[in-house]
Design a protein around this ligand. Structure first.
Ligand code: FMN
Length: 330
């Protein structure tokens, strides 16, 4: 297996997990790691929230050993807050600190953060530079191809943050205007790669071994990162590692899938401080994803959204396996 280096951090050149607020929490990241994910990033954390000593925000910054190498991702548009936040995050000893300059959601963009920074390269530079100055770990920046189709500026943007001293960049090949629709433009990732000397992480629409290899081959990127391709599918990381070792990967059958789903739900419940009937709500969409694309999945997914306990999840998993088995034997 090959490795890449971001600053002093070695990362297996296979497949990384993209940051996903409201999805890729600790339980999710641990499940992905279990299946061979090479690198994970925390959900985005507000730099300003950290400075105001928000306890929940601090919990988001905790890094457990099993998750390493892991980045904590910050968002913010004010250099002073960013450097104070990085000083706080230093104490959590992340392997990497990543800055979010790609988030498209109005709540973030309207305060000048996330992808709004793509319209203000000077501020983006200052924010990145303020983080690099005080960080004890390598700093990276994640951004998009541009704000909209008329302002594709990922190459200029990449050069600017590189000159601010960041150690790597992650490029999602969509504009802010696209949010998550349409296709990611991998050409822009390849253009960025040709114009900077730091490692480039490619991101957007990687869902299996083939698309992962296509991303590596067509963009020349140093590392590939997937987000939605891992929904209900931590197995994708195994698939990539098998493929890279020229081994054929067999996807788990319904029984194994359900076993892993229950392990994931158990982890969500164990890591939550909330009572089971509340914490299980966080597991509803997760369980629905594990049942995607199988026989009767629409009906099962709907049932997932009514789960109130782990016991119910176990019963549903059993029913799911039975239905899949009887469908195969027809
Ligand atoms: C539910 C969800 C939450 C996301 N949250 C973040 C985030 O906190 N920080 C970030 O940089 N990107 C975030 N993203 C963007 C992803 O990291 C990734 O760039 C995007 O999903 C494209 O990759 P994909 O096609 O592999 O999903 C989020 C995406 C989704 C779908």
């Amino acid at each position: 297996m090959q490795y890449i280096k971001i600053g002093n951090v070695n990362i297996e050149k296979s497949l990384a997990l993209a940051p996903m607020a409201g999805v890729a929490d600790r339980a999710y990241r641990i499940m992905c790691k279990k299946f061979g994910c090479s690198y994970v990033v925390s959900e985005m954390v507000s730099a300003k929230g950290l400075c105001y000593n928000d306890a929940k925000t601090k919990e988001l910054c905790t890094v457990t050993d099993i998750e390493r190498p892991m980045a904590i991702q910050l968002f913010g548009s004010e250099p002073e807050f960013m450097s104070r936040a990085v000083e706080i995050v230093n104490d959590f000893k992340p392997d990497i600190i990543d800055i979010n300059m790609g988030c498209p959601v109005p709540k973030v963009v309207n305060i000048g953060c996330g992808s709004a920074l793509m319209k203000d390269i000077k501020t983006a530079f200052a924010v990145a530079e303020s983080a690099v100055r005080v960080s004890k770990s390598p700093v990276t920046v994640k951004f998009r191809s541009g704000w909209d189709n008329d302002s594709i500026n990922a190459v200029e943007f990449a050069k600017a943050v590189e000159s601010a001293g960041v150690s790597a960049i992650a490029v999602h090949g969509r504009t802010r205007e696209q949010f998550y629709s349409g296709n990611a433009d991998w050409n822009i990732i390849s253009e960025v790669k040709q114009n900077v000397s730091i490692p480039v992480i490619g991101n957007g629409d990687v869902v299996d071994f083939k698309s992962c290899m296509d991303m590596y081959d067509s963009t020349g990127c140093d590392l590939v990162m997937t987000g939605r391709g891992s929904y209900g599918n931590p197995f994708i990381f195994d698939e990539i590692r098998y493929g890279l070792n020229n081994k054929e990967y067999t996807y788990p059958d319904a029984e194994k899938k359900m076993k892993i789903m229950l392990e994931h739900i158990r982890l969500i419940l164990d890591l939550s401080e909330k009572p089971e009937n509340i914490a299980i709500r966080e597991a509803r969409k997760i369980s629905a994803w594990y049942m995607n694309g199988c026989y009767g999945s629409a009906k099962f997914r709907a049932k997932c959204y009514t789960l109130d306990s782990f016991e119910q999840a176990e019963k549903l998993a059993e029913e799911f396996v039975e239905v899949q088995k009887s469908h195969i034997s027809f």
